[in-house]
Design a binder for this molecule. Structure first.
Ligand code: ZN
Length: 115
C-alpha cells in the first residue's frame, strides 16, 4: 500500500466522519470521491487503503464511489478546449503545447451520505 493512498484514505475518512457527526448521524453510508485521471491516485490502491482505514470508525461498511474525472485542457494560444490523454498534449487545432489544465487533477470528497 502506498503512503499516498493511505494518507489520502485517512483524510477522506476524517472528512466523512466529521460531516456525519455535524449532521447528527451515527454511520456513514457512502462516500463519493472525485479523482482526476492526473491526480496520481490508483483506484485499487485507494479502495484497499479505505477498507483498512474505515475499520472501527463511523465509516466502516460505507460504500466508496470513485468518480474518475477525464482530462481536459485549453490551448493558451487559440483557446480551443479538448480532451487529452496527457496534460502536455499539443493543441489539435494549432499544435501549440502551451495548454492549461481545466480538469483531471481534482482530488476531493464530493459528497458523504450518513444516517
Ligand atoms: Zn490551439
Amino acid at each position: 500500500m502506498s503512503m499516498h493512498e493511505l494518507s489520502l484514505a485517512q483524510s477522506v475518512v476524517e472528512i466523512a466522519v466529521a460531516e456525519a457527526t455535524k449532521a447528527g448521524c451515527s454511520r456513514v453510508t457512502s462516500i463519493t470521491i472525485e479523482a482526476g485521471v492526473w491526480s496520481g491516485v490508483v483506484r485499487e490502491a485507494l479502495e484497499f487503503a479505505m477498507t483498512a482505514t474505515v475499520k472501527d470508525t463511523m465509516a466502516e461498511g460505507a460504500e466508496l464511489i470513485i468518480i474518475e474525472v477525464p482530462g481536459r485542457v485549453k490551448c493558451n494560444a487559440c483557446h480551443t478546449e479538448f480532451a487529452a490523454e496527457e496534460y502536455y498534449n499539443a493543441c489539435p487545432k494549432c499544435n501549440s503545447t502551451a495548454v492549461s489544465v481545466i480538469s483531471g487533477r481534482e482530488l476531493q470528497v464530493k459528497s458523504v451520505t450518513a444516517e
